[in-house]
Design a protein around this ligand. Structure first.
Ligand SMILES: NC(=O)c1ccc[n+]([C@@H]2O[C@H](COP(=O)([O-])OP(=O)(O)OC[C@H]3O[C@@H](n4cnc5c(N)ncnc54)[C@H](O)[C@@H]3O)[C@@H](O)[C@H]2O)c1
Length: 330
């Protein structure tokens, strides 16, 4: 198969979907691979690295799309890329179509086949390509939240760890899956008071087994969420209902319960966001305020840690590609 790897053009998206090692493996399997020379630079891979791995270097995105039958990239095509897609292309990347009906419609009208990374399932029903990116986003969520809680950034001026003599901040994590678990680990590691809510008790059991009494858990309901907002300093939105827009777990009215200067990180923004007041932001302008509460809603959070994220993503893409091509996964 002829595989094309274009350079990502989404705002501050530095990941590449396949590393040179993964490309070498595909070439050994008999595939032909074309790469834009700068596709991997953000992740630390030069065009020469890809050439050595057996890829053909093609200067611009149009040449890569023209060459390929299968396009493997990280993020959904941006509007500037739509016209490069053909009806004989298969697109394999994150798409999050529930939050992007315009793109879904475009792909259907132009009969481009697509296999969203976030719908590829493993034998246990897990989402193995999404999972490592979620784990990264969960870890970054606490890092980002702590940063925007600083007074100089517009936050209330709370140190999540506290200090001897002053209690720590409270991190409320809604959703105890891949994102939520890693956010809870990071927050507990910083010494914050951590509360995790999920509507699935088994997910809460897993997190409690992992973190013991360093985390409090409760079954999520609108009442329970409302009860936990008044003393929260950082709220991480980490819910997912696969294939559907993210459920709204905090309404505009609920937001008033959170104190001003507190931070909401809506990791589920790629599926439309789980706070009623969220809208997508970029790494260039990551936050906005609604009535004094800071919202961080970046839809490609792992894009800024490409050295880590590209290797994690590439391994899973390579692992599941044969099943995807055979139609036995996704
Ligand atoms: N912004 C980014 O850069 C970025 C990166 C990676 C993942 N994500 C997104 O983060 C979200 C979470 O991903 P994940 O891998 O952790 O999913 P997951 O399936 O591992 O976990 C989601 C959890 O949400 C819970 N849940 C669903 N509805 C709920 C509700 N109404 N109330 C409480 N809990 C509820 C589920 O029971 C589940 O435990 C997804 O939308 C994913 O696409 C975003």
């Amino acid at each position: 198969m002829r595989i094309g790897i274009p350079k990502e053009i989404k705002n501050h998206e530095y990941r590449v979907a396949l590393t040179p090692d993964a490309v070498a493996a595909l070439v050994r399997q008999g595939h032909e691979v074309a790469v834009q020379p700068t596709a991997g630079v953000g992740a630390g891979f030069t065009g020469a690295d890809y050439e050595q791995a057996g890829a053909k270097l093609l200067l611009d995105a149009r040449s890569v799309y023209n060459f390929a039958e299968l396009i493997i990239k990280v993020k959904e095509p941006q509007p500037e890329e739509y016209s490069l897609l053909r009806s004989d292309h298969t697109l394999f990347c994150f798409l999050h179509l529930a939050a992007n009906p315009g793109l879904e419609n475009y792909l259907k009208v132009h009969r481009t086949r697509y296999i969203p990374f976030e719908q590829v399932r493993d034998g246990q029903g897990g989402l193995p390509i999404l999972a490592p990116m979620s784990e990264i986003a969960g870890r970054l969520a606490v890092q980002a939240g702590a940063h925007w809680l600083e007074k100089a950034q517009g936050g209330a001026g709370v140190l999540l760890a506290g200090v001897p003599g002053v209690e720590p901040g409270k991190v409320l994590v809604i959703g105890a899956g891949n994102v939520g678990t890693q956010a809870a680990i990071m927050a507990a590691g910083q010494g914050a008071r951590v509360v995790v809510l999920d509507r699935n008790r088994a997910a809460l059991q897993r997190i409690q087994q992992l973190l013991g009494f360093r985390v409090e858990t409760a079954l999520a309901s609108p009442e329970v969420i409302r009860r936990h907002l008044p003393d929260a300093d950082l709220v991480v939105g980490a819910v997912l209902v696969p294939g559907q827009p993210a459920p709204k777990v905090i309404s505009r009215d609920d937001l008033q319960r959170l104190r001003p200067g507190r931070v909401l990180v809506d990791v589920a923004i790629d599926e439309g966001g789980c706070f009623a007041t969220s809208r997508p932001t970029t790494h260039t302008e990551p936050v906005f305020e609604v009535e004094g509460r800071l919202h961080y809603c970046v839809a490609n959070m792992p894009g800024v840690v490409p050295q880590t994220a590209s290797r994690a993503l590439s391994a899973m893409v390579l692992r599941y590609l044969p099943e995807v091509l055979a139609g036995t996964s996704a």
